[in-house]
Design a protein around this ligand. Structure first.
Ligand SMILES: [Zn+2]
Length: 358
């Protein structure tokens, strides 16, 4: 281990420490691919003319759970992707693309066959995978699954990056010394009040949507469509829509255990339906006049929720995306941003929403 890896290992010690990359398996290949894309993008973001932000060391954590985490440790910033995330995404995306009923227009679905449903597609730990791995028969759909896995990991990274770049971690770091109203609103466990936490999650989702769609556009406009990218990531509308599809799958997995249609202001994270609205609203903000793109993105996000029902026995979030109270709660959260934003501003390494370019 070099000294940076050593420090990363220490920072994530209680979460499992750094992943051992000398393991030769498909998970290692996929995480290396995802980390390459992540570091390349981080470099581009760093070169944008904005307030400089600190070095961030990114690697994989030897943790079987689904997720990623941003940490400030001894004054330095780290983002760790839990390695279980890769296995879970591989398991689910391969199964989803194996279904002849999902994303029917992509590749040759006539090659696909029906598989028995798995018990639940909400898997929080790779050790909970009990059914067999299946893969699409159509090579193009297998390639698409790989690309969607890479995008899903990338979205998790961008979300964690926003927790650092938008000042969330530093605000949380500073709060115990502060005597303002926000601190009084904290519980005696020194936890952030849930609503503030949900607002920060909303901000991270919005920032990840902006940065994620920017990268997809860059890939399209630079004809970065060699190999398996070539089939599906040439047209901007479809690329953004597929991006939104993978993001909806991410939030559907990670809202493990929550009742989808329930608006829970005591939860630290918004529910899957609310997150869907946050991403959808953000896409509408980025592409205000692009009706074709917006229609397609909406359609694919709906398709992602359908995909969960298609492969899984558990009947969750059947209508979550259309539930009116989730839409209203998203609007409430967006308005609540005005209370949180001023506290965040001194800690942010970038312009906070509303972003000046819109
Ligand atoms: Zn978060």
């Amino acid at each position: 281990m070099n000294s940076e890896e050593d420090k990363f290992n220490l920072a994530f010690k209680s979460y499992g420490g750094i992943y051992n990359f000398s393991r030769q398996n498909s998970t290692t290949t996929m995480i290396v691919f995802a980390l390459t894309r992540i570091r390349w993008h981080l470099d581009i973001i760093r070169k944008q003319k904005e307030m400089p932000f600190p070095e961030i060391f990114i690697s994989a954590v030897n943790n079987s759970r689904f997720g990623a985490k941003a940490i400030k440790f001894e004054g330095k910033y780290y983002i760790g992707i839990y390695i279980g995330t890769i296995k879970i995404l591989e398991y689910l995306f391969m199964r989803i693309l194996s279904s002849p009923n999902i994303l029917k227009d992509l590749g040759d679905v006539s090659l696909e066959v029906h598989h028995d449903k798995i018990f639940s597609a909400r898997i929080s730990d790779e050790n909970h995978i009990i059914d067999d791995f299946v893969r699409p028969n159509c090579e193009k759909r297998r390639s698409l699954a790989l690309q969607l896995i890479s995008q899903a990991v990338h979205y998790l990274f961008l979300h964690e990056l926003a927790h650092i770049r938008n000042g969330h971690l530093d605000l949380l770091d500073y709060l115990p010394n502060d005597s303002n109203l926000l601190v009084q609103a904290m519980t005696n466990k020194k936890e952030f009040i849930p609503l503030v936490s949900q607002t920060l999650e909303m901000d991270a989702d919005a920032a990840a949507t902006l940065l994620g769609t920017q990268q997809i556009e860059f890939i399209c406009s630079n004809q970065w469509t060699e190999g398996f990218l070539h089939d599906f990531f040439i047209v901007k509308d479809q690329s953004v829509a597929l991006w939104a599809f993978s993001v909806m799958i991410v939030w559907s997995i990670s809202n493990f255990g929550e009742k989808e249609s329930e608006i829970n202001i005591l939860s630290s994270h918004p529910g899957v339906g609310v997150r869907g609205y946050i991403v959808s609203n953000m896409i509408q903000t980025i592409y205000p006049n692009d009706d074709k793109l917006l229609d397609m993105a909406g359609e694919y996000m709906g398709e992602a929720l359908k995909a969960f029902l298609e492969i899984s026995e558990s009947k969750f979030h059947k209508q979550s995306f259309t539930v009116e109270k989730e839409r209203k709660f998203t609007a409430f959260l967006t308005a609540y941003w005005n209370n949180v934003r001023p506290f965040l501003e001194p800690y942010a390494f970038c312009a906070l929403a509303p972003y000046k370019e819109f």
